[in-house]
Design a protein around this ligand. Sequence first.
Ligand code: FE
Ligand code: FE
Ligand code: ZN
Length: 293
Amino acid sequence: MLLIGSHVSFDKDNQIYGSFMEAMSYGETTFMFYTGAPQNTRRSEINKDKVLMVKKEMEEKGLPFDKIIVHAPYIINLANNKDSDKYKFAISFLKQEIKRCEELEVKYLVLHPGSHVGCGIDEGIKNIANALNEVLVDSSVTILLETMAGKGTEVGSSFEEIASIISLLTDKTHIGVCMDTCHMNDAGYDLEDFDKLLDDFDKIVGIKYLHCIHINDSKNEKGAHKDRHENIGFGYIGFDRLIKIIYNDRLKDIPKILETPYIDRLYPPYKEEIEMIKNKKFDKDLKDKITKE
Ligand code: FE
Ligand code: FE
Ligand code: ZN
């Protein structure tokens, strides 16, 4: 089964069941959500009934519940500790986020490593590792460090930086990596020969750490360090390269998650993009079609 999903919403009433229903309406086999608004840290209590409903319905449909992904809010920054209150807050919020994932019975939590904001890449890496060492004690959730575009002072835009963070962790059982195709393109990686990229990743980080891949096209050229996602086939990576990545046999068991932009900021493109992916055929009129519906 092709493990394809997208970022879906999570509201305080329907919670994971609402996320699941949205994913189903797009024809997805997996999905990813934030447990609240990604730009803030207000969160509601987890409703266990909704979790049981999703588990039951996914089982009936033969879909793997254990591939669902949660994304941590992107305001958590573990890379800078100049403001110790902020750093401590980020750590405690991440601990709560892990607890929420445990209640949701979701195994994977994607996290942006953070921005060092001037303290330097080596300090940034140490700050992230120290925070993770604190957070990962008794965690049954696996934190997936996302590969970043290298915008501003972002840490984690190279496999070497990701590997350095992991090397500093005392317990590596609950750490992993989430690749992002837009970010890797913007960071300067060549996505044309993805098997070679996976070989490099395996040598530097270890392929066993890879548990999720975000599938996005990019509005910018390779190496632009920008991080602006584009709809599948409409950007600089292009449809054919993304299709080859999605259908790469080595990524068969890894959930592929679209985080492509809404059309005109209003219309989710996921149903149509997933259709294109399933047909392996690019539809250049996709955006017009969606806005006319
Ligand atoms: Fe992300
Ligand atoms: Fe991403
Ligand atoms: Zn991004």
